[in-house]
Design a binder for this molecule. Structure first.
Ligand code: ADP
Ligand code: MG
Length: 243
């Protein structure tokens, strides 16, 4: 359903990703782990062209875009298929919870405002925040803000949701409610890629864990295999520090 082929990303002469191949089946949940500065965020951002890849191609649900594409329409179509959940929520400060969820439906999906606001209300009910629909981000807890960030990703019914360390900016007291919501999506078989340093969570939720270092995929496998019998010395060393 999702195929990343031979993806390379350079910033100037700094090669951040090199020859990444990664495919996901419908409903599959992949966790990406690895040291910081290793290209995990850049990989996620390249999947929906928040960063333009240098080489390679991305295909989601039969819609393929090459790295050198300057076809904005094709890029927008790709973005409709892959929703992003940011580390720092990235909500609009001057919009309410409901408006934040409705915004993409209006601007990207060209839905009438009334329809988008109705969808946003049903999402807010689903994620347990309908009573905060008129609240602005500054009056919401970090956990609530990130649940809105996830609600925004849910609203578009994208083929895949990309999570970039969704709990790493949160105070510890809010982590569980956000992980709980992601687990709910997993139970619904939402296809997703989650970059995380929550190893226990990755182990519980993922069908497959990918270990990245230095812009490459070093090793991947089912969580039990990757966590219990890692093969590559770099994976072993990382896990020895992280677990
Ligand atoms: P990770 O998410 O694994 O911590 P990143 O993808 O954020 O790693 O970063 C990988 C490398 O790419 C780092 O060396 C970082 O400095 C570099 N990098 C990321 N974004 C940019 C950018 N916009 N311009 C230049 N270098 C960048
Ligand atoms: Mg990162």
């Amino acid at each position: 359903m999702l195929a990343i082929s031979n993806l390379t990303k350079r910033f100037g002469d700094n090669t951040v990703l090199e020859g990444i191949d990664l495919s996901l089946a419908e409903g599959e949940i992949v966790a990406i782990i690895g040291p910081s500065g290793t290209g995990k965020s850049t990989l996620l951002r390249c999947i929906n062209f928040l960063e333009t890849p240098t080489e390679g191609q991305i295909e989601i649900d039969g819609h393929r875009v090459n790295a050198d594409s300057s076809n904005q329409k094709a890029i927008i179509e790709l973005r409709k298929r892959a929703a992003f959940v940011f580390q720092n929520y990235a909500l609009f400060a001057n919009k309410t919870a409901q408006e934040n969820i409705a915004e993409g439906l209006i601007t990207v999906w060209k839905q009438p405002k009334s329809e988008a606001m109705a969808t946003a209300a049903s999402i807010l009910t689903d994620i347990g925040l309908i009573d905060r629909k008129d609240a602005y981000p500054s009056s919401l807890s970090g956990g609530q803000q990130q649940r809105i960030g996830i609600g925004r990703a849910m609203a578009a019914h994208s083929k895949v949701i990309l999570f970039d360390e969704p709990t790493s900016a949160l105070d510890p007291e809010w982590v569980d409610e956000v992980l709980g919501l992601i687990k709910t999506l997993a139970e619904r078989k939402q296809t997703m890629i989650i970059v995380t340093h929550e190893m226990q969570f990755a182990r519980e939720i993922a069908d497959r864990v990918v270990f990245m270092e230095g812009g490459r995929i070093v090793e991947q496998g089912p969580p039990s295999q990757l966590f219990e019998t890692p093969q590559d010395p770099r994976t072993k060393q990382f896990l020895a520090r992280a677990l």
